[in-house]
Design a protein. Structure first.
Ligand SMILES: [Zn+2]
Length: 450
């Protein structure tokens, strides 16, 4: 059964994931461990857990598509027997899915050769099937880098590129290798593996680009990898940024490893997202723009010629000899009070996700002692900014800056929370204008509400 991948809204935390699957949190955790439920994790000591709705649907379909004739014990719904690993074993080794929760009554036989999950242990990438058997493993010759750059995504972001054509299952994996000291990556690459674990291709960013009078050769970091829907086959997008300086790029890599530059900007790109509307598909690329010292959001129409960020001509922020197309929209999300008073050079967009009818862009305003002060910008499906709110980490940083005497007012009197935020928007025909985006007091920070 060929499957097309269209990234769906993101579910954050076990509660949302379990609610979406209509099972208990324990059941969802069981399904991850035993049935390859595609769960992703951020990084840090308590990594956040999230899932993509489309991946969950694909996972459900992959389980139900291999149905056979055995009866199905339904799920943990009240009054039904629970599915357990033991009952799966008793049923002749068939993998039983909690099918009742999906409105299906099927039994699910294992598909021994099919990768449902992959992950890194030490220096080795493992691919597992639905019953938790290791299908193959790949040991990297160099040490994989395990620190993080401050971006919220794990480097070890694996993507199963589904079977198109049927049986051609591939796995893409972004790897960063440690330098001698181990405190920064020396080289980053995307690996594509076949369903049996052979390396089909590798992609390593090798740009040499000029902005103004300066040429940048790298080293380049891969800050985010995203699988997006394309006909007839899906494509990988990679957010690539210079490890020390400003250039940032979005590169599109097809399933055969052929890469093409989609977008370039004078500032690092940290996060990617795809939005599919009835009329068109858009790629969203979030990061920072160094000319304006502000978080940036580029919105690129899928299929448009390669484009670049709007910069002042003749400045060192203008790309030379690069793409000449324009993005559909380009936004600057200005630094907040906490960002400025906290002494940061700029804020940056670090995550983009779907949330019901909106798309939200999370910016990092200030980070200290592992606490991140965030702003959340919400956009409607026409990609207009509609409201902004701030997280509890933002409130905590505000209180700290008050205690240090750097801010003279309380959060309740904070101008940032009483005035709209002037977001700058650029469009190819009209250039720059300002949209006043209102603060949404119904959505945090908690300390402000109390
Ligand atoms: Zn304030």
């Amino acid at each position: 059964m060929p499957m097309h991948y269209t990234p769906g809204p993101e579910l954050n935390g076990w509660k949302q994931i379990a609610a979406y699957l209509r099972v208990s949190v324990r059941k969802a955790q069981f399904l991850e461990k035993e049935q390859g439920l595609p769960i992703r994790r951020g990084i840090g000591s308590k990594p956040p857990v999230f899932a993509d709705q489309t991946e969950l649907e694909t996972w459900k379909a992959s389980l139900s598509s291999s149905g056979n004739s055995l009866a199905v014990p339904p799920t943990s719904a009240p009054g039904h027997p629970r599915v357990s690993r033991r009952s799966a074993v008793l049923a002749g080794g068939a993998v039983l899915l909690a099918a009742g929760s999906f409105g299906l009554t099927r039994i699910l036989a294992p598909r021994p050769g099919r990768i449902v999950r992959a992950g890194v242990v030490g220096n080795t990438l493992y691919a597992w099937n639905a019953t938790g058997d290791v299908l193959w493993r790949h040991r990297f010759a160099e040490t994989l880098w395990t620190n993080h750059t401050g971006a919220p995504y794990a480097k070890w972001r694996t993507q199963i590129i589904h079977e198109i054509p049927p049986g051609d299952q591939r796995l893409a994996f972004a790897a960063a290798f440690a330098d001698a000291e181990g405190d920064s990556p020396s080289r980053e690459e995307i690996y594509c593996f076949s369903s049996t674990g052979s390396v089909l291709w590798r992609y390593s960013p090798e740009f040499s680009v000029r902005f103004g009078g300066e040429r940048f050769h790298g080293p380049w970091n891969i800050l985010h990898v995203l699988l997006v829907a394309r006909q007839p086959r899906p494509t990988l997008l990679a957010a690539i940024s210079h490890s020390n300086y400003r250039p940032g790029f979005v590169v599109e890599i097809d399933v055969d490893g052929k890469a093409r530059l989609l977008f370039a900007q004078a500032g690092n790109i940290h996060c990617l997202h795809q939005m599919v509307s009835p009329s068109a598909a858009f790629i969203l690329a979030g990061g920072v723009n160094n000319e304006y010292n502000a978080a940036s959001l580029a919105i690129i129409k899928d299929g448009a010629p390669p484009s670049r960020s709007p910069q002042t001509p003749g400045t060192r922020f203008e790309i030379q000899g690069g793409p000449i197309g324009d993005p559909e929209y380009y936004y600057l999300l200005p630094p907040s009070e906490v960002n400025i008073v906290g002494g940061e050079p700029y804020n940056k967009a670090i995550r983009i996700a779907d949330e019901q009818e909106s798309i939200f862009v999370e910016t990092r305003e200030l980070e200290l002692d592992q606490q991140t002060g965030k702003a959340m910008y919400y956009f409607n499906r026409s990609l207009d900014p509609i409201r902004v709110s701030y997280g509890d980490g933002y409130a905590a940083h505000h209180r700290r800056l008050q205690a240090e005497g750097k801010l003279k007012h309380s959060l309740a009197d904070c101008p940032q929370l009483h005035h709209p935020v002037p977001v700058r928007r650029w469009r190819p025909k009209s250039g720059w204008n300002i949209i006043q985006v209102p603060f949404d007091p119904s959505n945090g920070p908690d300390a402000y509400r109390s």
